[in-house]
Design a protein around this ligand. Structure first.
Ligand code: S3P
Length: 182
């Protein structure tokens, strides 16, 4: 049995604020484990045949959340994989219950200043459009951190390079799995 076999038995769902690296770190984590990678935002875009900014603009946020819930429910029924969720997914009670039931959840947590710097470079997030990223992130942190804390594992990543974060996640997963599925 290789070292990672116990980590390939359940889907690993990454949760946390925008810019924390759920997709970029998730893809590398999947590679390291030999698991498929799925990105919930990309799957929602494919299902709606629209970009996320267009979904928000044309259909509204409630329709986006509904689509997100359906897509994540479908993905959680697939074979084990690493799943990057959108920042609001785990906050939705139904989506959170599904993730808790079917996956190992990891909250990726990083200083808000680091996140603000990262998200400020992109314009693909409708919740940030025309706003000061740090202010949006502060209010999201206040509203969402108590819920993210319900994830099975919390990993504080700082501003580390992705491969450092992946090593951190592998250690945290090893510990979790050893304790919960010996
Ligand atoms: C959102 C985060 C985004 C995307 C949408 C809403 C949020 O995903 O799902 O713009 O509510 O925090 P990322 O966390 O991947 O940026």
């Amino acid at each position: 049995m290789d070292r990672f076999e116990p980590l390939r038995r359940r889907t690993i769902a990454l949760v946390g604020l925008m810019g924390v690296g759920k997709s970029s770190v998730g893809r590398r984590l999947a590679n390291a484990l030999g698991l498929p990678f799925r990105d919930a935002d990309a799957e929602v875009e494919a299902a709606a045949a629209r970009s996320i900014p267009d979904i928000f603009a044309e259909l509204g946020e409630p329709a986006f959340r509904e689509g997100e819930r359906r897509v994540i429910a479908r993905l959680l029924d697939e074979e084990p994989h690493v799943l990057a969720t959108g920042g609001g997914a785990f906050v939705d009670p139904k989506t959170r219950a599904l993730i808790k039931a079917k996956a190992i959840s990891i909250w990726l947590k990083t200083d808000l200043e680091v996140l603000a710097r990262r998200v400020g470079r992109k314009d693909n997030r409708p919740l940030l459009a025309g706003k000061d990223p740090i202010e949006v992130l502060k209010s999201q942190a206040q509203a969402r951190y108590p819920t993210y804390a319900e994830a099975d594992i919390t990993v504080e990543t700082g501003d580390a390079a992705h491969h450092v974060t992946v090593d951190q996640l592998l250690r945290a997963l090893d510990d979790y799995v050893e304790e919960h599925q010996p």
